[in-house]
Design a protein around this ligand. Structure first.
Ligand SMILES: Cc1cc2nc3c(=O)[nH]c(=O)nc-3n(C[C@H](O)[C@H](O)[C@H](O)COP(=O)(O)OP(=O)(O)OC[C@H]3O[C@@H](n4cnc5c(N)ncnc54)[C@H](O)[C@@H]3O)c2cc1C
Length: 438
């Protein structure tokens, strides 16, 4: 097993890095052997592809357990299930499933997410209002506990739900079985609609949930922050489309020498172009529809060396006035977001730390260098909590630990299950220490 010397690792937001060893395990036995090798009190953390934005997949001074080699996929076309290793990526699963006219029912905005990362964050996609979050399609998972025991967990087990959304802190997910859904082709039928402000966007998204499997809106958070944008409505298609190459690795962004390429001017111009772009009506490749940014390698580098924050929160239906307060604050900071996304969530999963729950979720990207942004967000976090909302921890690197129990009121239940699964406190992360999760 290869264990590196401490190396610098960062989350997708690249807003800070942390030094840790990295152990690449090539078998379940090696993962078990690793348990005996931690001696400095900073523990182990299973990791995927570091697509989490903040510090969820960092463990400074400790060891990251890289499971990318555990990426086997066995599809059972009759049962419509797949048994997959924890290191299997969403895009690998999609292409193996499509060969049998099947598809994972819940996929996130990028295909570069592992099964382990998908469960540990209980990820959601554009279909949340119909399908719920990732855990809803998982039949069982095998988890390596800190004792060295491997347990098979089912949705009837409380340990299953502690591991779902459990941020890698209950054990190493090794393997799982999930349900797939039938599809008629490798395409999506898409209908895009331009809307002039937030109220139109909310109205259209809300009324489209019944007819469309996939609903999401790109929202322009620049200029006058009216919330204009493009609503994208989609269903699985029936016409096959030709997909060039793997369809996922595209051009790299031009090198920008570490400079911050994102300014209110460039973001404003980008948003204007996006708003005016020709709308799609018709059949598009499913992978491009599901993972629109995967065609651009390393897009996270356009924010320059200081990196960026992604802020995602959910608020109940009826609590929409908080958007206006957010927009007013961002307008006064001249903080223009490159990627604003609005989506309506459906039912929550039973996992105590799962993020999605019924209501509106808004996602924004900002360079960390916007003056006054952090102070503003601290105030906004408190308003959000007062309004009953919460942020998505897998994207966080900054929220105050004191707000977490208010955002996630079932955290005590999670802590108590977690402590029986890991009494020695072996699984650790920078985020767990910062937010005092365990
Ligand atoms: C472009 C982009 C689009 C995205 N779109 C969405 C979206 O639409 N919806 C959404 O919900 N999220 C989205 N995300 C976030 C992403 O889905 C999550 O951050 C996911 O957890 C990343 O998976 P990963 O394999 O990279 O894991 P990492 O980022 O490496 O790790 C994430 C967490 O999973 C834990 N973990 C990883 N592997 C295991 C394992 N085998 N056992 C136990 N714990 C493990 C880690 O300890 C860590 O806590 C997006 C991210 C990007 C960059």
């Amino acid at each position: 097993m290869l264990i590196t010397d401490p190396i610098l690792v960062s989350g997708w937001g690249r807003n800070f890095s942390s030094l840790s060893k990295r152990a690449s395990v090539t078998s379940i036995e090696q993962a078990q052997e690793l348990l005996a090798q931690t001696d400095n009190g900073r523990g182990l953390l299973p990791v995927g592809l570091h697509r989490s934005y903040g510090d969820s997949a960092l463990n400074s001074g400790g060891t990251l357990v890289d499971l990318s080699v555990l990426n086997g996929i066995v599809v059972d076309p009759l049962a419509r299930t797949a048994t997959v290793g924890a290191g299997t990526t969403i895009r690998e699963l999609e292409s193996a499933a499509l060969a049998h006219s099947l598809f994972p029912p819940i996929v996130p905005g990028t295909g570069f997410v592992t099964m382990g990362g998908a469960i540990a964050a209980d990820i959601h996609g554009k279909s949340h209002h119909k399908t719920g979050s990732f855990s809803q399609c998982v039949n069982w998972m095998k988890v390596l506990l800190s004792s060295g025991e491997i347990v098979q967990l089912f949705p009837s087990d409380k340990e299953f739900w502690a591991t779902v959304g459990g941020l890698g802190l209950t054990g190493v997910i090794l393997e799982l079985e999930l349900n797939l859904r039938e599809v008629r082709s490798n395409s999506a039928d898409v209908n895009e609609v331009r809307v002039k402000d937030l109220s139109q966007m909310i109205e259209l998204l809300g009324r489209s949930d019944a007819d469309y499997e996939h609903t999401v809106a790109w929202i322009d958070l620049s200029g006058d922050y009216r919330g204009r944008g493009v609503v994208s409505l989609g269903n699985y298609g029936s016409e096959p489309v030709k997909v060039r190459g793997g369809g996922s690795t595209g051009p790299s962004l031009p090198s920008i020498g570490g400079a911050n390429f994102i300014t209110p001017l460039t973001v404003g111009a980008f948003n204007e172009l996006w708003f005016r772009k020709p709308l799609k009506h018709g059949t598009v490749a499913l992978n491009k529809y599901m993972h629109p940014l995967d065609g651009v390698n390393n897009w996270n580098r356009i924010y320059g060396d200081a990196g960026f924050l992604q802020y995602q929160f959910v608020i109940d239906e009826g609590g929409e006035e908080i958007f206006e307060r957010l927009f007013a604050g961002l307008r006064s900071l001249k903080a223009a977001s490159f990627l604003g996304v609005l989506k309506k969530f459906g039912a929550a999963s039973p996992a105590p730390l799962s993020f999605p729950r019924p209501g509106w979720t808004l996602t924004l990207d900002y360079p960390t260098t916007v003056p006054g942004l952090e102070k503003f967000l601290q105030g906004f976090d408190e308003e959000l909590v007062a309004a009953g909302g919460r942020i998505y921890l897998i994207k966080d690197s900054r929220v105050s630990h004191s707000l977490v129990p208010l955002m996630y009121p079932e955290i005590e239940k999670w802590r108590s299950i977690r402590s029986t699964m890991d009494p020695a406190g072996l699984w650790q992360s920078d985020q767990a220490r910062r937010l005092r999760l365990c």
